[in-house]
Ligand binder design. Structure first.
Ligand code: PEP
Length: 244
């Protein structure tokens, strides 16, 4: 269960979040818990999570190790401050910052090279769903992005299916819609990397996951976890999601 804080919270607010959140998930050993705060709060989050099983991730990662890339943060920088994960290809990065399947692949490889677990996001836009293009979009994102990994690399990634129309909109994909999309993705994985890889890969659902809908989503065997935006900003609500 992963939380994406987007561009919210200061380091002090991060510390305050963990004070409330930690006791609520102290006994939650049924899943991995990852929180991805803004880069400026990672050190505070790592310090506040110390001694717990909560892991910390970045919301993006540069494809280069270092260099003249103003505004970028490298994998080595993330691991140096104690991060273990990095979200890659979030739809807000694709929509507002020109992220493409090609750059998503490069960033994914950079995360793996740095020893980080990439959470690679895919998902269709509203007009693509309404025109019946969901499957084609998922196949294309997979083919141009994730399929460029080696089998060994693929075994270390987590995929997040996030239909763009469900992110931050309050519209959740029904459990059946989400499961259908997860099946499409898993089929692609099977065709490219084999059955074992398809069975093993974790596919998270993201898009307006809340305490009151998480249970029905997680009841789908296809759905292995959630990537949670808005509802992960509140300690009580993210803890309820983790403890669904
Ligand atoms: C997200 O940011 O990845 C996300 C799914 O957002 P929300 O839960 O707010 O829809």
């Amino acid at each position: 269960m992963a939380g994406n804080w987007k561009m919210y919270k200061t380091p002090a607010e991060t510390t305050a979040f963990f004070e409330k959140f930690r006791p609520l998930v102290e006994k939650s050993t049924h899943c991995e818990i990852v929180i991805c705060p803004p880069f400026t709060n990672i050190a505070a989050a790592v310090a506040a999570a110390k001694g717990s099983t909560i892991q910390i991730g970045g919301q993006n990662i540069a494809w280069a190790r270092e260099g003249a890339f103003t505004g970028e943060i490298s994998g080595a920088m993330l691991t140096a401050v104690g991060a273990s994960h990095a979200i890659v290809g979030h739809s807000e990065r694709r929509q507002y910052f020109g992220e493409t399947d090609e750059t998503v692949l490069k960033r994914t490889v950079a995360a793996l090279d740095a020893g980080l677990t990439p959470i690679v996001c895919v998902g269709e836009r509203l007009e693509e769903r309404e025109s019946g293009g969901t499957e084609a979009v998922l196949v294309s994102q997979f083919t141009k992005g994730i399929a460029g990994l080696t089998g060994q690399q693929f075994a270390k990634i987590v995929i997040a299916y996030e239909p763009v129309w469900a992110i931050g909109t309050g519209k959740t994909a029904t459990p059946e819609i989400a499961a259908d999309a997860h099946r499409v993705i898993r089929e692609q994985v099977k065709a490219k990397f084999g059955k074992e890889a398809a069975d093993a890969v974790r596919i998270l659902y993201g898009g307006s996951v809340k305490p009151d809908n998480v249970k029905s989503l997680m009841a789908q065997p296809e759905i292995d976890g959630s990537l949670v935006g808005g509802a992960s900003l509140d300690a009580g609500s993210f803890a309820s999601i983790v403890n669904f």
